[in-house]
Design a protein around this ligand. Structure first.
Ligand SMILES: *Cc1c(COP(=O)(O)O)cnc(C)c1O
Length: 468
């Protein structure tokens, strides 16, 4: 055979759609498993966050369309060493920035299985097994969060899309009306409302109170002002764990107000709601069951890898009322009573089986382990609060609330916080972000990773207090 002649491509009838052999598939798969386990084992020794320049990343990952087959291990090494190295490692024990993503290995395995089988959860006949897993997970979550029996849910990509979906359903079911938010409401909500067609005079952003909560009295006042002006009040958006300070809006009082005024209560518990699994969190989240729609992000505080967000609607059948569709080409796939077509609960049709990772994590670890992991995150923020209180270089700004505290360097310049957190990230030791509360720059720790140690929190605060 002429060595210059390329060998003919493999036929298409092998085990892999595009031609890898079974032995090769195994070899590459084992490589991936080993690499991921090494990632978990070595997390502590790697930087918490690393950001590349477009030029440096492109130089390795870019180039012309690869027309010919290449070495899989070499390509995967480029993904691991370059692509996956340059990101925020939300699962790193010293990642305290924004909201961490402390993913668990059983969750990873569930995601791999779903991807490996290319699972689809759109119609009942097309995915009755994965759909059952989703129904089971939703029911477990409903019970763990203490939501009323009959509440129905759906899994989407994250908190932003869950709120967008919930508010789209709310508007469909409840009619047009003004939405009331606070200045601490997550930015994705106002963006979502605008894209759902809420005009500027249908979105009221109310100033939060001294503890950064949405004040029911100020909502009541805005509602009566709107009624007097001939406008129709419609929706209150409460936050169960704000991204800035972790505070929970007064859900019970807001629930009472919504009941009295005929308003829809949407609760954004994207990061905070899972805290309801442990006693301290459940106390802070009293009134969560008042929500007409509720959002949580298992990819934040339920230890699931990205992406998985969850939406619950209190009224049975409400999601399908808002989103059901049955075009002629899907008639054959329509489920019978008791068989849920998840395409009817959201705006997605083709959907990955996001429930598998959570189902497997609950089965492998048990809810008790998750409760303990969440409780640990709450305690770690309280531990950090004590250090801040005892150290005159710091001033506590908001106390530990659902795993978040904010603080300021005593007498520091306006840009000092951003500079110190940037230096810490540069050094790789830890990731911490600053934020702004009523115009004041503060540093913020979000300690929801139970792998973080007290020593690491102490050292992070020390490095922030005495920058290099
Ligand atoms: C993280 C967060 C969101 C956005 O969720 P994504 O999953 O990033 O889309 C919304 N609201 C709150 C309170 C959050 O913490």
């Amino acid at each position: 055979m002429d060595p210059a002649q390329p060998s003919p491509p493999p036929p298409f009838d092998g085990p892999d759609t595009l031609g890898l052999g079974a032995e090769e598939m195994r070899r590459l798969g084992y490589w991936v498993v080993d690499t991921v386990v090494e990632h978990f084992e070595g997390a502590r020794d790697a930087p918490a966050i690393q950001t590349g320049t477009p030029q440096a990343l492109m130089a390795v990952l870019g180039g012309p369309v690869p027309e010919d087959p290449g070495d899989p291990i070499e390509a995967m090494n480029q993904l691991v060493d370059t692509a996956l190295a340059h990101m925020q490692h939300g699962d790193h024990p010293r990642f305290f920035a924004r909201v961490p993503g402390p993913s668990s290995y059983a969750g990873v395995l569930g995601d791999w299985l779903g991807t490996g089988f290319n699972a689809l959860v759109a119609s009942w006949p097309g995915g009755s097994g994965p759909a059952t897993v989703e129904l089971v997970v939703l029911e477990w979550l409903r019970e763990l969060l203490g939501l009323p029996a009959g509440s129905e849910g759906v899994l989407v990509s994250g908190g932003s899309l869950a709120s967008l979906t919930g508010l789209a359903a709310a508007r469909h079911l409840h009619g047009a009306g003004v939405a009331y938010l606070s200045d601490q409401t997550h930015a994705s909500i106002a963006r979502g409302l605008a894209h759902l067609g809420f005009g500027p005079d249908e979105v009221r952003v109310l100033p939060s109170d001294a503890s950064f909560r949405l004040d029911p009295a100020s909502v009541a006042e805005a509602v009566s002002r709107d009624r007097a002006a001939g406008r129709q009040p419609g929706f209150v958006v409460a936050t169960a764990g704000t991204t800035n300070t972790g505070v929970v809006d007064p859900l019970g009082a807001l629930g009472d107000l919504c009941a009295a005024e005929g308003l829809w209560l949407h609760v954004d518990g994207a990061y905070g709601a899972p805290a309801a699994l442990c006693p301290a969190g459940a106390r802070a989240l009293a009134g969560l069951d008042r929500a007409d729609s509720l959002v949580l992000d298992p990819h934040k505080w339920l230890f699931a890898p990205y992406d998985i967000g969850c939406l619950f609607l209190r009224r049975p059948g409400a999601l399908a009322e808002a989103f059901a569709m049955l075009p002629e080409y899907l008639v054959d796939t329509d489920g019978r009573p008791g068989e849920v077509d998840f395409r009817d609960r959201t705006l997605e049709l083709s959907r990955r089986a996001r429930a598998l990772k959570l189902w497997l994590a609950f089965r492998v670890y048990g809810a008790a382990r998750m409760r303990a992991g969440i409780a640990r995150g709450i305690e770690l923020a309280e531990f950090a609060e004590q250090i801040v209180r005892d150290d005159e270089r710091w001033e506590l700004v908001t106390p530990a609330q659902l795993g978040i505290l904010t603080f300021a360097a005593t007498g520091a310049q306006a840009d000092a916080h951003a500079r110190r957190s940037a230096a810490l990230a540069q050094d790789g030791y830890a990731a911490v972000t600053s934020t702004t509360l009523r115009g004041r720059s503060v540093l913020r720790l979000c300690t929801i990773n139970p792998r973080s140690t007290e020593a690491e929190i102490r050292e992070t605060l020390e490095r922030l207090a005495a920058p290099g």
